[in-house]
Design a protein around this ligand. Structure first.
Ligand SMILES: Cc1cc2nc3c(=O)[nH]c(=O)nc-3n(C[C@H](O)[C@H](O)[C@H](O)COP(=O)(O)OP(=O)(O)OC[C@H]3O[C@@H](n4cnc5c(N)ncnc54)[C@H](O)[C@@H]3O)c2cc1C
Length: 281
């Protein structure tokens, strides 16, 4: 028989997780209900107010792991490019229950918040309590938290409590770009997605961040590829384009699956990349 826990605080969850038995966290259940792989002991975390906080200070924003997409779309603290990606996830009904923490911890290659979080160097905040009851909070960059398809760096006694994003990573960008390619306009799982953020000052590219979704085991981001563009004058961008596209052509190795072919994915990714780096302002 499945045993259910309904804790009201993060501390209560961590106490349950510190017990010997295996437990599974369930937030909105929109991924777990589909896989139907439930543990003997389920911890329902969708009633925990502390996990639904969205707040900011002068340097960073803090998004509770239990925040659902509907709340995030409506909150202006959430970066515009992340809200744009979320608007393309599932349908309104799912967006009312599905959480950002669930999207990260499910670690699907097609998870739509992931490329955006990679591009913004998001930090995953984890918590656990040790045998003596002391609370520990650790912070891991998202690229070190997601280890592969449905593999994350999370111990049995840990949970994700929040996501932190440095405002520097998106606030001063001149423009941002997000595109998701699916089988239809709404309620479609990504065939691929692309996010780009570019900072231009005095007609020179000062910074650029680009990430691709659904074209590898994890979201794909390369600082090496981005560096090809950094320092380029806008007037010289056409000359750099070929080098950038060739770089990502080698780096992106998608697969064929039920949603798309590797060939289509590669072609569409490079087209979106081309579109992004063609400065339009
Ligand atoms: C019809 C449908 C359409 C969908 N469309 C999309 C789409 O377009 N794009 C997309 O990216 N996804 C889509 N999804 C997938 C899903 O909605 C998202 O991944 C969602 O964000 C999962 O959140 P959840 O709260 O429902 O996760 P849950 O199902 O509750 O949990 C998912 C996993 O995360 C773990 N987990 C949850 N919270 C925590 C935590 N705080 N700490 C540690 N582990 C945790 C759970 O144990 C589980 O392993 C769709 C799903 C459905 C059913």
């Amino acid at each position: 028989m499945v045993k259910g826990y309904y804790p009201k605080t993060i501390n209560e969850v961590l106490e349950i997780l510190s017990m010997e038995e295996e437990h599974m966290l369930i937030c909105g259940g929109s991924d777990l209900m589909v896989t139907k792989k439930f543990a003997q002991n389920m911890i329902f975390i969708n009633q925990i107010e502390e996990l639904k906080e969205i707040k900011e200070d002068s340097n960073k924003i803090y998004i509770g792991a239990g925040c659902v997409y509907k709340e995030m779309i409506d909150n202006e603290i959430i970066p515009e490019v992340l809200r744009e990606a979320i608007k393309h996830i599932a349908s309104p009904a799912i967006r009312n229950i599905a959480s950002i923490g669930g999207n990260i911890c499910n670690a699907s290659p097609a998870g739509d918040t992931l490329p955006v979080l990679y591009a913004m160097d998001a930090i995953i905040v984890k918590a656990f309590i040790n045998k003596d009851g002391n609370l520990y909070i650790t912070r891991v960059p998202i690229c070190d938290f997601i280890l592969g398809v449905r593999k994350i760096a999370l111990e049995k006694n840990e949970m994700v409590i929040a996501i932190e994003i440095d405002k520097e990573s998106y606030k001063n960008m001149t423009y941002s770009y997000y595109k998701k390619v699916g089988g239809r306009k709404s309620s479609a799982i990504s065939k691929l997605s692309f996010v780009g953020l570019m900072k231009i000052e005095n007609n020179i590219i000062k910074d650029v961040k680009m990430a691709f979704g659904a074209v590898g085991p994890t979201a794909l981001r390369s600082r090496e590829g981005e560096k090809i563009l950094i320092g380029t004058k806008i007037s010289d961008i056409e000359e750099k384009k070929e080098a950038v596209i060739n770089f990502y052509d080698k780096l992106i190795i998608p697969i064929d699956d039920q949603r798309s072919t590797a060939k289509y994915r590669k072609k569409a990714c490079l087209n979106l990349l081309n579109d992004f780096i063609t400065y339009k302002n």
